[in-house]
Design a binder for this molecule. Structure first.
Ligand code: ADP
Ligand code: ZN
Length: 745
C-alpha cells in the first residue's frame, strides 16, 4: 500500500469567500509545501493559488490535481499567515486576495506568464533576475598568447574578481569573440549571479552621529527603549510639534532595536515625498536598509522584497504597502506622520497601514510608535483613554520659537496675494532667505466660465468642473484626465468669451513672477512632479539654495526640513473646509499646522501669512494660534455630538455603474437588505442612505453610497458578513465595502 495522496488547501486570488482543496500528484509531493504557489485547474482555466496547508478527511475522488508548484521557497512565514487571516477577516476580504496584495507585484507578473502555459520554466527561482559574470578560469595564459585585447580583458577580470558582461561591454566595446576564445582556452569562466537593483545607487550621503537629546526627546526615547527591552507589544503616540526632533527619536529607538538583534519597520506616507527622511536613515545606519515605495519598478520592488526575506536588510522604510514587508523579528514599527490619509489603500483591499501597524506590532511583540505633529483626532482620543501611551515633544529643538502667524481676511478682495504676503515675500527675498507659498489647487484657473450662457466648463465623464491649465493650453479633468484644448469655446452655447475663475498653483507662480521678476521660483504639484526623480530635483534646489520661492499644493507641506525657509504663505486656507466630509476641519487643521511648521526651522525665526475668506473658522484659527489642545477638544465634542469616529465605527458601501437607474435600484435594494438583516440579527447599527456620492459621476460611472455607523465594531462585521452571503447585486454594478473609510467622496 502506498501512503494516501496528500490533499492541500489553496487560496485563490479571486473575489470568492472560500478556499479550495486539491490533490497533490506523486511527482509533486515534496514540492507542495505551505507558503508556495501552485498552478491549479479552476473551471476551464489554470490559476495560481497559494498553498495554505495540508488537509484530511476529504473525498479524494472529487478533487482535482494541482498542475505545478511555482516556487522553491515559502513566500511567507507562519506569523505572517496569522496576519493575513486577521486582515481577511477584519476587512471582509478573500484570503487569496489578501495574500496577493501582500506579495510584491514582481512575483505576480511571472504568474501571469505561467498561466499562459510556460509554468514549467518558472520553477527553480527563474523569477529572479540573473546576470552573467566573468571570472578567471583554471588555466593561465602561457601557451599561446591570447592577443592584446583579450589580455587586457583578462587583466581586468583578474583585478576585479568578477565582471559583468555589461561592464566589459562598457569598457571594451564589443568583445564577444575575445570572451568566447578566453572561455574555450579555460582562461576565463562564466557564472550566473543574482543581481539586486539598488534604488539607492544615486544617493550619496554623509554619515552623521546620534545627537545629544533634549529632555523631552530623552523621556520619549526611554519609554520606547524600555518597552523594546520587555519584548512586548507597546503602542505609543509620539506627539511632537513640527521641528521638535521626532525623527531623531525614531533613529535612536531603531539603533536600540538593532542593538538587541531585532529589526525595524518604518512607514512613511509617500516616500518619494520624503527623500530627506530616507537620506537621514542612510546617513545614520549606512547599509542594511531596504526601501519600498510606489516609484520602484516591479522588478526593483521584488528585489527589495527578496533582500528583506533573506535577512539582508534590517531596516525597511516604505509607504503603506511596506506593512507587508517580509521582515522577521520586528522590534519596532514606526509610523511617521500617522495622520496622513495615504496610509489607507483606496481600492481592492482597502487596508489602513497605520492601523495594521498596531496589529502587526501586537503579533510581533514590538513597540509601535505613531508619530505626528498633528495626530488624528482618533489617536488623540485613544491616548486620552490610555490605549496609546502619549509621548509629547511640546517644544522645538533648541527652544526655537514657533512661527508668528498673521491671519488676513480676504472676503471682498480680488487679489490673490495680499499686501501683507507680498511685503513679506519681498522682504524675505531681499534678505536672501527662502519662502514657501501653499495653494492647494493645481492648474491656472480653477475653471473657465462662459460669459454668455454662464455655464462652467465641466467634464463629460465626471461631475466636476475642468481645471484650466494655461501652459498646456488645456482644460483638464483631475479625476479622469479628460482634456480639451483651452481656452476654446463653450460646449453648451458655442460662446467664445470664457472667463477664468479661481486661481491654481500655475496662476500663483505666474503672479509671483510678476511680483518678484528676478526671484527664482519653483512650483511643486502633481503637474511638475510626474517625471521620475522630479520631486527630488525640486527639493534639492530648495536645499542647496538655488531657489528662492517654492509654490505648491499640499505636497510642499509634508515633512520637509528647509532651514532657510523663514516665510510661509497660505492662499485660500479654507479650500479643504468645504469638502462634504466629517473630517474636513481635521484635514484643514493638519494641513495648515504642517505648512506653518515649515517656517523658521533653522536658526532664524519664521513668519507665516495665512489668507482666508473667513479666518475666524475654528480649524484655521486654532492652527494659526498653535492651539492644538483647543482644536482637538472642540473637534471631539463635534464628533461625539454627530456620532462619528472615535465614538462610532464606520463602513461605507459604494455602488457604481454606467446605468444611473440600475445603480440607483441596486443601492436601494442593498440598503433594504442591510436593514432587513440588521433587524433579524438585532444589531444596533445606523444605516444612512443610499445617497448620491459627493462625486456623483466619475469616469462615466454613476455612484451611490450607503454609510453604516455602529457603536460596536463586531456588530458591523456581523452585518457585512451576512450581507455578503445574501447579496445578489448583478455584475453590471460594482459594489465595494470599505471598513473604516477615509475618503468620503
Ligand atoms: P520633526 O521630525 O519633529 O519635525 P526633526 O527630527 O526633523 O523634527 O528635527 C528638526 C531638526 O532638528 C533637524 O534638523 C534635526 O537634525 C535637528 N535635531 C533633532 N534633535 C536634535 C537635538 N537633540 N539637538 C540638536 N538638533 C536636533
Ligand atoms: Zn473626468
Amino acid at each position: 500500500m502506498t501512503s494516501p495522496p496528500a490533499i492541500i488547501e489553496i487560496a485563490i486570488p479571486l473575489y470568492l469567500d472560500r478556499t479550495f482543496h486539491y490533490r497533490v500528484p506523486e511527482r509533486l509531493l515534496d514540492q507542495a509545501v505551505t507558503g508556495r504557489r501552485a498552478l491549479v485547474p479552476f473551471g476551464r482555466r489554470k490559476l495560481t493559488g497559494y498553498i495554505l496547508g495540508y488537509a484530511a478527511g476529504l473525498d479524494i475522488s472529487e478533487l482535482k490535481e494541482i498542475c505545478e508548484v511555482l516556487d522553491c521557497e515559502s513566500l511567507w512565514i507562519p506569523g505572517e499567515m496569522e496576519f493575513f487571516r486577521w486582515i481577511a477577516s477584519y476587512y471582509q476580504h478573500p484570503l487569496g486576495e489578501v495574500i496577493r496584495a501582500a506579495l510584491p507585484a514582481g512575483i505576480n507578473i511571472q504568474t501571469a506568464k505561467g498561466e499562459e502555459g510556460q509554468q514549467g520554466m518558472l520553477r527553480g527561482g527563474k523569477t529572479v533576475r540573473h546576470e552573467k559574470v566573468y571570472l578567471l578560469g583554471s588555466d593561465s595564459p602561457t601557451l599561446r598568447s591570447p592577443g592584446p585585447k583579450s589580455l587586457e580583458i583578462l587583466t581586468v577580470i583578474r583585478d576585479v574578481g568578477a565582471v559583468s558582461a555589461s561592464e566589459l561591454r562598457k569598457r571594451f566595446g564589443v568583445c564577444t569573440p575575445q570572451l568566447k576564445r578566453l572561455i574555450e582556452r579555460g582562461l576565463c569562466r562564466i557564472e550566473e549571479r543574482e543581481v539586486y537593483r539598488d534604488p539607492f545607487k544615486n544617493l550619496i550621503v554623509a554619515r552623521d552621529k546620534p545627537r545629544c537629546l533634549h529632555t523631552h526627546q530623552k523621556n520619549a526615547l526611554d519609554a520606547v527603549t524600555t518597552a523594546i527591552d520587555q519584548q512586548q507589544f507597546a503602542p505609543f503616540l509620539l506627539y511632537g510639534v513640527t521641528g521638535s526632533g521626532k525623527t531623531e527619536v525614531y533613529l535612536q529607538a531603531i539603533a536600540h532595536v538593532l542593538g538587541r538583534d531585532r529589526n525595524a519597520l518604518v512607514l512613511v506616507p509617500e516616500i518619494s515625498l520624503t527623500p530627506q527622511l530616507t537620506g537621514r536613515f542612510q546617513a545614520r545606519f549606512g547599509g542594511g536598509i531596504a526601501v519600498l515605495h510606489s516609484g520602484l519598478s516591479d522588478g526593483e520592488r521584488y528585489d527589495e522584497w527578496r533582500r528583506i526575506r533573506r535577512g539582508l536588510a534590517r531596516i525597511v522604510i516604505g509607504a503603506r504597502s511596506a506593512i507587508f514587508a517580509p521582515l522577521d523579528n520586528i522590534g519596532i514599527i514606526v509610523v511617521d506622520e500617522e495622520h496622513e490619509a495615504s496610509f489607507k489603500q483606496s481600492d481592492g483591499l482597502r487596508y489602513n497601514a497605520r492601523d495594521l501597524a498596531l496589529v502587526r506590532g501586537r503579533t510581533a511583540g514590538a513597540a509601535v510608535v505613531l508619530g505626528s505633529a498633528t495626530p488624528l483626532v482618533t489617536s488623540v482620543h485613544a491616548a486620552a483613554e490610555g490605549r496609546l501611551t502619549l509621548l509629547e515633544l511640546p517644544e522645538r529643538v533648541e527652544k526655537r520659537p514657533m512661527p508668528l502667524v498673521q491671519l488676513v481676511a480676504m472676503k471682498g478682495r480680488k487679489e490673490t496675494i495680499s499686501e501683507a504676503l507680498s511685503a513679506g515675500l519681498s522682504e524675505t527675498y531681499q534678505q536672501k532667505r527662502q519662502a514657501l507659498v501653499l495653494l492647494n489647487r493645481r492648474g491656472f484657473a480653477t475653471f473657465l466660465v462662459c460669459t454668455e450662457c454662464g455655464k462652467a466648463l465641466s467634464c463629460p465623464n465626471c461631475s466636476v468642473t475642468l481645471t484650466y491649465h494655461r501652459q498646456r493650453r488645456q482644460s483638464l479633468c483631475h479625476y479622469c484626465d479628460y482634456a480639451v484644448p483651452a481656452p476654446g469655446t463653450c460646449p453648451s452655447c458655442g460662446g467664445v468669451n470664457l472667463e477664468e475663475l479661481g486661481a491654481g498653483t500655475e496662476r500663483l507662480e505666474h503672479d509671483l513672477k510678476e511680483l518678484l521678476p528676478t526671484a527664482r521660483i519653483l512650483r511643486m504639484d502633481s503637474d511638475t512632479t510626474s517625471g521620475k526623480g522630479s520631486h527630488e530635483r525640486l527639493l534639492s534646489r530648495m536645499n542647496d539654495g538655488s531657489a528662492d520661492i517654492l509654490v505648491g499644493t499640499q505636497m510642499i507641506a509634508k515633512g520637509h526640513d528647509f532651514p532657510e525657509v523663514t516665510l510661509v504663505g497660505v492662499i485660500n486656507a479654507e479650500a479643504s473646509l468645504g469638502m462634504p466630509d466629517f473630517r474636513a476641519a481635521e484635514r484643514t487643521f493638519q494641513l495648515l499646522s504642517q505648512v506653518i511648521g515649515r517656517a523658521g526651522r533653522g536658526a532664524s525665526p519664521g513668519k507665516v501669512v495665512v489668507q482666508a475668506l473667513d479666518p475666524e473658522q475654528h480649524a484655521i484659527r486654532s492652527a494659526a494660534e498653535h492651539d492644538a489642545t483647543g482644536f482637538y477638544r472642540q473637534e471631539l465634542a463635534f464628533r461625539l455630538e454627530a456620532g462619528y469616529p472615535p465614538f462610532t465605527f464606520l463602513a461605507a458601501y459604494a455602488l457604481s455603474g454606467v446605468s444611473e437607474q440600475i445603480v440607483a435600484e441596486q443601492a436601494e435594494l442593498t440598503a433594504r437588505l442591510l436593514a432587513k438583516l440588521k433587524t433579524e440579527l438585532k444589531l444596533r447599527i445606523e444605516i444612512l442612505g443610499p445617497a448620491p456620492a459627493p462625486l456623483y459621476r466619475l469616469r462615466n460611472r454613476f455612484r451611490r453610497q450607503i454609510l453604516l455607523k455602529a457603536v460596536n465594531r463586531s456588530a458591523l462585521h456581523r452585518l457585512i458578513a451576512m450581507w455578503r452571503q445574501e447579496s445578489k447585486v448583478p455584475s453590471t454594478v460594482r459594489v465595494s465595502v470599505d471598513i473604516d473609510p477615509v475618503d468620503m467622496m
